[in-house]
Design a protein around this ligand. Structure first.
Ligand SMILES: Cc1cc2nc3c(=O)[nH]c(=O)nc-3n(C[C@H](O)[C@H](O)[C@H](O)COP(=O)(O)OP(=O)(O)OC[C@H]3O[C@@H](n4cnc5c(N)ncnc54)[C@H](O)[C@@H]3O)c2cc1C
Length: 479
């Protein structure tokens, strides 16, 4: 079979640097880069679909600069419907793709491979989404590490793979691509109503150039990261998670750039080291998801399926509406609704309140996060929810119940973060607080002024969680 075009199926690799699949497609012939609006895309939450469309538009612009005007080809349909006839028509033997190892992608790839095999055509997967191949870091017993610290040590020992070279400055594009949807006109979240204006207002720039600029700016000030990364009232973290989730920057290139920066600027080195250990948490989540593809649906420790979590009810509804009466929890949920982001420390507190104090199934929280986060990542979201709930492989022990008041005193000591998000908390709220009121569904009847709930909820919720655990343990011996 001839290769008159280099066919590339893009998914979460919207970048020109460290993209081996893109390089392989370019080597095959004039580039034909395709993104599919398929069932997987439509099943994503609204905010992450909205962010994906911005990422696609940014990648399209970057591509056009290199090709002299030809960008992404966006088609609607499933891989097994679109690619076989396209490859037949163009007489192509190979389709290249960066590996994005989720269960849904694996089954889409399986259906596509079955359709292609009969005609002697193939789908070729390339690395780049992870720092290291999962087979390169295995525990002593030959499986995936289930505890973070030895996993992180093994990643450091093995060393991340080197990034691939950047794509050439001039890329020859395939001249006759199928007619598709114009990336600038693509609306992947037509179901998003009042929330859209707020997301647009608070959005960070999308795309690879923005990701690299953000990384460099962060690395220049990384010295304070270790000290301040847990403070939601201080902008101390990198905010790179959206870029990493869409592959606007690859972890291998990020790692190499950060290490180089640490060598050149020793004052930042300790902060950069801590930052890279957080990047290994992302890696850990993906290695766990590969080993346990049902991680978003099922408890890693199966005995936890019997835990009597509530599935719905007023507690969950009040939590989703950011109206629990607990300031740090409500502030975090409002931040996520308005910006699509939430500080990591606050994510832990918010998740703990739902799964412990409200004894609600972690999957309900995971689904709400998946709907609202612009950095939604199937592996990080699932691992962290299971970690907080206590049912994951390397979970926080169940008896560790975050006390939101104490967390707030420690990490938002002057109340700046809570004041920014809650009109009525104390003093003048930030414009962010009003943006939340302006963007919530009209059906949510929420008072204009935030009010604290009964102080006793903290201790009664904690006591109820501990009692449930004691009852559960007496019936279900753990491990
Ligand atoms: C319940 C819960 C759900 C979460 N859901 C997601 C999600 O859907 N998508 C997502 O990217 N992160 C998720 N996280 C992890 C973390 O909160 C975010 O990655 C982080 O807040 C992003 O901000 P940053 O880029 O400024 O992080 P930084 O502190 O600058 O960290 C750098 C990078 O390391 C990675 N990282 C940091 N912390 C974690 C972590 N705990 N787990 C995995 N990777 C981490 C991220 O890629 C991040 O961009 C979740 C955490 C919790 C507790």
């Amino acid at each position: 079979m001839a290769h008159p075009a280099g066919l590339l199926w893009l998914s979460r690799d919207l970048r020109l640097g460290d993209n081996p699949a893109l390089l392989a497609a370019i080597a095959d012939g004039p580039l034909l880069p395709v993104f599919l609006v398929d069932r997987m895309t439509r099943a994503q939450g609204a905010a992450s679909r909205w962010r994906l469309a911005r990422g696609l538009a940014a990648f399209d612009r970057a591509l056009k600069e290199r090709t002299g005007g030809r960008g992404l080809c966006i088609l609607e349909g499933e891989a097994e419907e679109i690619f076989p006839p396209l490859m037949r028509r163009l007489d192509l033997g190979r389709l290249h793709q960066s590996d994005w190892p989720t269960a849904a992608m694996r089954s889409a790839q399986g259906r596509l491979r079955a359709a292609l095999a009969a005609e002697g055509r193939s789908l070729i997967l390339h690395p780049g989404h992870l720092l290291v191949h999962p087979r390169a870091v295995q525990s002593g017993t030959g499986g995936t590490y289930k505890v973070f610290t030895p996993f992180a040590r093994a990643v450091e020992r093995t060393g991340p793979e080197s990034p691939a070279p950047d794509a050439p400055l001039r890329i020859v594009a395939f001249a006759d691509p199928p007619a598709g949807i114009a990336p600038a006109a693509l609306d992947l979240a037509p179901d998003m109503r009042r929330g859209r204006a707020a997301l647009e207002r608070f959005a960070l720039p999308a795309g690879e150039t923005a990701a690299l600029a953000r990384l460099d700016a962060f690395l220049d000030s990384a010295a304070s990261y270790s000290e301040n990364r847990d403070r939601p009232d201080i902008a101390a973290t990198s905010n790179l998670s959206e870029h990493l989730a869409l592959g606007e920057i690859g972890p291998r290139a990020l790692w190499a750039r950060a290490r180089m920066h640490a060598r050149l600027a020793p004052a930042q080195a300790a902060g950069i080291g801590k930052f890279l250990s957080e990047v290994i948490w992302r890696e850990f989540a993906w290695h766990l998801l590969i080993a346990f593809p049902q991680m978003a649906e099922a408890c890693w420790r199966p005995e936890w399926e019997a835990f009597p979590w509530r599935k719905d009810g007023p507690g969950l509804e009040g939590w989703k509406r950011a109206s629990t009466g607990v300031a740090l929890v409500d502030a975090g949920l409002r931040e996520m609704w308005v910006t699509g982001r939430m500080h990591n420390r606050v994510r832990m507190v918010v998740a703990s309140w739902l799964t412990k104090h409200l004894l609600t199934d972690w999957r309900a929280g995971l689904a709400h996060f998946a709907d609202c986060l612009t950095d939604w990542d199937p592996a990080a979201n699932a691992m962290n929810w299971q970690w907080v709930a206590g049912c994951g492989p390397d979970a926080a022990p169940y008896f560790r119940i975050f006390n939101p008041e104490r967390q707030a005193e420690q990490f938002d000591p002057e109340g700046r973060y809570r004041r920014r998000w809650l009109a009525g908390f104390a003093g003048n709220p930030g414009p962010e607080a009003q943006a939340w009121h302006d963007s919530i569904p009209l059906s949510w009847t929420v008072p204009a002024c935030w009010r604290p709930g009964p102080a006793a909820a903290l201790s009664t919720g904690r006591a109820a969680a501990l009692a449930s655990l004691a009852a559960f343990r007496s019936q279900t011996p753990e491990d």
